[in-house]
Write a protein that binds this ligand. Structure first.
Ligand code: AMP
Length: 398
């Protein structure tokens, strides 16, 4: 993997694609700067090496048209304060003025281009747009893991104009390296916890993980389709009746490959989907009609905690219950805390590809995990074993 340290940066215009798709409030202030903070190592390395940094990113979904509410100016302001230097801005994304602005940069200076999705050619992966963008840099770095699964002009197509002089940024390197730690055959026993609402959105990841982990915990709303497949009474719990065959085939495939599957044994069930609903603990195979399982039960939490203790490498994708709604956050929080505790004892823990990232943030556990992914959809596709265009483009142009 060619990274920043393998490329000459001094005195060169370093064109970097970041994923600065950050949430903004109504007054245009950034409400979560996680993706910006994650980019700082790449930015600092380039500037310290005397590179001339040209930043491109998208923000939101402007549908190929300029939009005042989706300008990258708030990102520029945040970065400028963080790195303590003034940053120039180009309203033009490509063309003579943008090229001129990039050529005016001196060593250690920064230029931010306007939201790249203001040009409709970005998302269509337009080759001429990619060529125009390529005129803004002498080397190209992709550090936008969150959009690595998109074949867009600035994330993938552009790399062909930087043969031998393109590389991965720090975020990309860490994401790829950490997933490889989970998918490789070293450092077992390996355990994956896959939860969340629906089996349908996790079929490929479950099938793919069976090839690389030793044990698989299936939990959250999607567990009910499996319990139903095994003959359980799940009351009104969320279930995809048309996926029961798939659930059975996943159980069979796991058995065939010697992968142990762990399912919840009890649940906290509620009369309604509301925080004021009447609740009770039930056996997961015997949930009465009119009740729905919305969180893992006490016995399940203890059982899963024991499984986690035996792991050396762990992937966590998807919550154990409706963690956004009290009193159903308990299972997700306790399991998060358990993973955090085991991480302190030497467990390698990767959180990514689902709402478990939001959960660890909610419970303030992000710092206690070995790695929390910055890319939701991209991480999910990566774990599914798909080749991501943003990664492939760098690999095939070196
Ligand atoms: P995902 O994006 O696939 O990780 O799914 C996350 C969503 O699954 C969250 O919004 C949770 O509220 C939801 N979820 C987890 N467990 C349950 C459950 N038992 N019933 C309904 N929804 C659930």
């Amino acid at each position: 993997m060619k990274t920043l340290k393998d490329i000459e940066l001094t005195g060169r215009r370093v064109l970097v694609r970041f994923d600065f798709n950050v949430p903004l409030n109504e007054s245009g202030q950034i409400t979560n700067a996680k993706r910006l903070t994650a980019a700082l190592p790449t930015i600092t390395r380039i500037l310290n090496a005397g590179g001339r940094l040209v930043i491109m990113s998208h923000l939101g979904r402007p549908n190929g048209k300029p939009s005042n509410s989706l300008t990258l100016r708030p990102v520029l302001k945040w970065l400028s304060e963080k790195i303590n230097r003034s940053i120039s801005f180009s309203k033009e994304i490509t063309g003579p003025k943008a090229v001129q602005a990039s050529k005016a940069l001196k060593n250690g200076e920064v230029l931010v281009l306007e939201n790249i999705r203001f040009d409709s050619r970005e998302e269509t992966g337009d080759v001429s747009f990619a060529k125009e963008l390529s005129e803004l840099g002498d080397v190209y770095i992709n550090d936008a893991f969150g959009t690595a699964h998109r074949e867009h002009a600035s994330t993938s197509i552009i790399a062909r104009y930087f043969k031998g002089c393109c590389a991965f940024g720090d975020v990309m390197f860490k994401e790829i390296d950490n997933v490889n730690k989970v998918l490789s055959s070293e450092n077992g026993p390996k355990i994956a916890i896959v939860g969340g609402a629906k089996v349908s959105s996790k079929i490929i990841i479950l099938k793919s993980l069976i090839d690389s982990v030793d044990e698989l915990i299936i939990c959250g709303g999607m567990a009910f389709t499996f319990i139903k497949a095994l003959g359980g009474q799940i009351g009104d719990s969320i279930c995809e009746a048309d996926k029961i065959d798939i659930a059975n085939s996943i159980l069979e495939a796991a058995e065939g490959k010697g992968v142990k599957i762990h399912l919840p044994t009890d649940v906290l069930a509620a009369k309604d989907f509301s925080s004021s609903a009447q609740t009770k603990y039930c056996d997961i195979y015997e949930i009465p009609e009119g009740w729905q399982g919305l969180d893992a039960g006490k016995e399940t939490i203890e059982y899963f905690s024991g499984v986690i203790e035996s792991a050396k490498t762990l992937l966590w994708n998807g919550p154990l219950g409706v963690f956004e709604l009290e009193p159903f956050s308990h299972g997700t929080r306790i399991i998060g805390e358990k993973i955090a505790k085991e991480t302190k004892r030497g467990l390698f823990s990767l959180v990514g590809g689902g709402d478990s990232v939001a959960a660890v943030e909610q419970f303030k556990l992000s710092q206690d995990m070995s790695y929390v992914s910055t890319g939701g959809g991209a991480m999910l596709e990566f774990l599914e074993g798909k080749s991501l265009p943003g990664i492939q483009a760098i690999l095939s142009n070196n």
